[in-house]
Design a protein around this ligand. Structure first.
Ligand code: AMP
Length: 526
């Protein structure tokens, strides 16, 4: 029997009412158990706010102005409603996503009107949220995995691993509900089914990375390109993007290249491709993107924008999954099957000095920074953790100190934690705090200087006129809910006291915002 869409809308409303993760998981689990097998994958995706699986590049392409018109028309035709089912919602979305050509706008609109006019009031709201990818019910992939574990009475790690191996939440849900733990445990990585890529956290500097990895680690160049996973068996080669889309057709040159050396026995390797400019230096990421957006003249694009391949991992070889082997073993295998010029530059060291020199070499060659990888780490598909750390050279901005906290411990008696602010019109907005970077002598000097320009004081904090300007190094700008500015600098440390600069010389909030935006490229959507 077809499950009405209203049941899914009711579930979403119930999920919205509770903030407790376990309650959310139980609600979802109970709901999933009521579904027919062919509805499970569809419902699971809709609840996490997706229409198609992550690796499926289809999108609805429906704008707000269309939606407004649809809502108006939909309301006018609600006399005789045909109850919506989950299946119908999904098949209509698929039709909308695949409609192309001159009449597609009209067709999309007509399809949407038919959905909306058959939807009850609570359902309309949920449909609109799904269409715009904003469920706002606090259910991400993690909560869904909890729910699947509960629904199938399976340990969470088994469910999580199944997702990492298949990259397909809907399929994992179906197996969990129809075959339970046994079915999930039976999932084996398959060639031509991409694994989710392992991800990295950020480290402040090479020294921190070495410490984090137990005193010795491997550094590789961090290439500013597009991540790819290459699968080969016999003559068949397929290439997948970071989001697991099949991008083989866009990169025939890479296919040709790997056909010359990758073993035919069944191999999965991972790496980054960069676009090559004059003199062999990598081109900016935007140029590389042009290789993925061309549909018709791929051949011409391969000549205009040649690519380079930098391999850094091997996940599967000749029937054996290698993800549970330590990095060092995987690297040894990779270096055996890959020509040297296609291996990522790599060095193992315990010396921060050597690592800094390696970082400089990476930058000089036009790359983005370094990756540090724990030597004994496994390949954890889809996981972001400290086993992989990314290091980018820091940038600096000039900011004003607007307040300082009294220090404790070794810094007792000094004003030593500085509130760093940027200009926003006539206002000063804090974008970070730091006690890092100054010598003891400078702390003493700063304490005196700040007391002289004090405007108010509490037990812990002295607020000052924004007259002391400091140069601050940072590695990343993040969104911040704590600061009014909306941004926070990660790994902020003072690199110089800028006596030569005044408040008018500091960075503006717009500039900080621009830094933030620059960090996001289309890369993550590929
Ligand atoms: P980010 O996108 O800043 O989170 O950095 C992680 C990304 O860096 C990965 O997803 C890869 O696309 C890319 N990358 C470049 N070089 C490497 C490397 N040597 N090892 C792993 N990832 C790399």
């Amino acid at each position: 029997m077809a499950t009405p869409f209203s049941k899914l809308a009711e579930l979403c409303k119930a999920l919205e009412k509770t903030t407790k993760r376990t309650e959310k998981a139980s609600l979802i689990s109970a709901f999933l158990r009521t579904l027919e097998p062919d509805e499970v994958a569809l419902a699971v995706l809709l609840v996490v706010g997706q229409i198609f699986p992550e690796f499926d590049p289809r999108t609805l392409e429906v704008g707000w102005s269309t939606m407004k018109r649809v809502l108006k028309k939909g309301k006018q035709t609600t006399l005789l409603r045909d109850e919506l089912s989950i299946r119908r919602v999904h098949s209509t979305f698929s039709e909308i996503a695949t409609s192309k050509g001159a009449q597609s706008r009209k067709l999309k609109e007509r399809l949407l009107v038919s959905l909306i006019s058959d939807a009850g009031r609570g359902e309309v709201e949920i449909l609109v949220r799904i269409i715009f990818g904003e469920m706002r019910i606090g259910v991400n992939e993690g909560v869904m995995l909890d729910a699947l574990a509960e629904a199938s009475d399976t340990p969470l790690n088994v469910v999580r691993r199944s997702l990492m191996l298949t990259g397909n939440l809907g399929e994992v849900a179906l197996i969990a509900l129809t075959q339970g733990q046994k079915g999930l445990e039976g999932i084996k990585p398959e060639l031509f089914v991409p694994l989710k890529p392992m991800l990295a956290e950020t480290a402040g500097d090479p020294e921190e990375a070495i410490k984090e990895h137990g005193g010795r680690t491997v550094f590789e160049y961090k290439f500013d390109g597009a991540r790819i996973q290459i699968h080969r068996l016999g003559d068949e080669v397929r290439i997948y993007s970071r989001r697991l889309s099949d991008v083989t057709e866009s990169v025939p040159d890479i296919v040709n290249l790997v056909q010359r050396f990758l073993p035919k026995v069944g191999t999965i390797v991972e790496g980054e491709i960069t676009a090559v400019g004059p003199g062999g230096k990598p081109l900016p990421f935007q140029d590389l993107m042009r290789r993925f957006t061309r549909v018709n003249d791929v051949q011409q694009a391969t000549e205009q924008i040649p690519l380079r391949l930098h391999l850094f991992d091997v996940l599967y070889l000749d029937g054996t999954l290698l993800i549970d082997e330590p990095y060092e073993t995987r690297w040894a295998i990779l270096s055996k099957i890959t020509p040297k010029e296609m291996l990522a530059e790599h060095t193992i060291t315990n010396s921060p000095k050597e690592a800094v020199a390696f970082l400089k070499a990476a930058m000089k060659a036009g790359h983005e920074g370094l990756m540090a990888k724990r030597l004994d780490s496994h390949y954890n598909p889809g996981a972001r953790g400290k086993d992989w750390l990314k290091l980018k050279p820091s940038e600096t901005v000039d900011l004003a100190i607007v307040a300082a906290d009294w220090g404790s411990g070794r810094r007792k008696g000094w004003l030593s934690n500085y509130h760093l602010a940027t200009r926003d019109g006539d206002e000063w907005r804090v974008v970070g705090k730091t006690f890092k970077g100054l010598t003891d002598e400078e702390f003493r000097w700063m304490t005196k200087r700040l007391q002289a320009i004090k405007v108010s004081e509490t037990d812990c904090t002295v607020s000052v006129r924004p007259e002391v300007i400091v140069e601050v190094a940072f590695n990343e700008v993040q969104r911040s809910p704590h600061y009014k500015s909306g941004f926070a600098l990660r790994f902020a440390r003072i690199t110089r006291i800028r006596d030569d600069k005044g408040p008018q010389d500091t960075e503006t909030l717009d500039q900080i915002r621009a830094h933030y935006k620059k960090q996001f490229k289309v890369k993550d959507q590929l």
